[in-house]
Write a protein that binds this ligand. Structure first.
Ligand code: G4P
Ligand code: MG
Length: 186
């Protein structure tokens, strides 16, 4: 359904991130730093720090400049100038909330690769199963979506005006899915 929405509560975000952290560590990837793509990646990055305690570098990438005009390509609106030299030879855990068109993520990966890190692992809460505008370069060998979802609009808790209503809508969605015999594995 076109107007179908996926409601996500803070509890769900926390559980998804905890599961991801275990998966990454179990796979043998031991990151040196976390890079969070703002603003959607900020809260997931802070939660992952509870399970994988590494410094977080925040970057801001957007199709919109500070003049709010839409650009052709994603551009940096905040970058890690002071520390970018320190990424050389390091293992980077890159985190964002959603892989939609992949444009922002792939742009960020490309920029980070220019600092010659040992490896970059990409982590997101949701990957939308769809034709992507761009692919990741071959250097990306570790890609961890907490969930694979259809191309629906995801309502994240940090965008909610009424957080109790957000939780109620998520619960309602789970009940509806249960009735339909679908299950979201969290
Ligand atoms: P991608 O690399 O993650 O696929 O990003 P893309 O450029 O395709 O996404 C453009 C913006 O749209 C991003 O926000 C992304 O987070 C947001 N977006 C895409 N799908 C959804 C969705 O289902 N729900 C919500 N809430 N947002 C979505 P941004 O420019 O990075 O801004 P910010 O919200 O992270 O600050
Ligand atoms: Mg984002």
């Amino acid at each position: 359904m076109a107007e179908e929405k996926l409601y996500v509560s803070y509890n769900t975000v926390h559980k998804l991130i905890k599961k991801l952290a275990k998966k990454i560590l179990d796979s043998g990837f031991d990151p040196d730093v976390i890079v969070a793509i703002g603003s959607g990646g900020f809260i997931p990055a802070r939660i992952i720090k509870t399970f994988i305690n590494r410094p977080i570098y925040a970057v801001g990438i957007s199709y919109y400049g500070i003049d709010h005009k839409h650009r052709e390509h994603p551009t940096k609106i905040q970058w890690i100038d002071e520390v970018q030299g320190q990424l050389r030879g390091k293992k980077v855990l890159l985190i964002d909330e959603v892989d939609d068109t992949r444009a922002t993520l792939a742009y960020c990966v490309g920029e980070l690769l220019s600092y010659e890190p040992e490896e970059i692992a990409v982590l997101i809460l949701h990957n939308k199963i769809k034709q992507k505008d761009v692919e990741f370069p071959p250097e990306i060998k570790r890609y961890y979506p907490a969930m694979e979802v259809e191309d629906v609009w995801i309502k994240y808790p940090w965008d909610a005006d009424d957080i109790d209503e957000q939780e109620r809508l998520e619960k309602e969605m789970f009940e509806r899915m249960k009735k339909e015999g679908k299950e979201l594995l969290i």
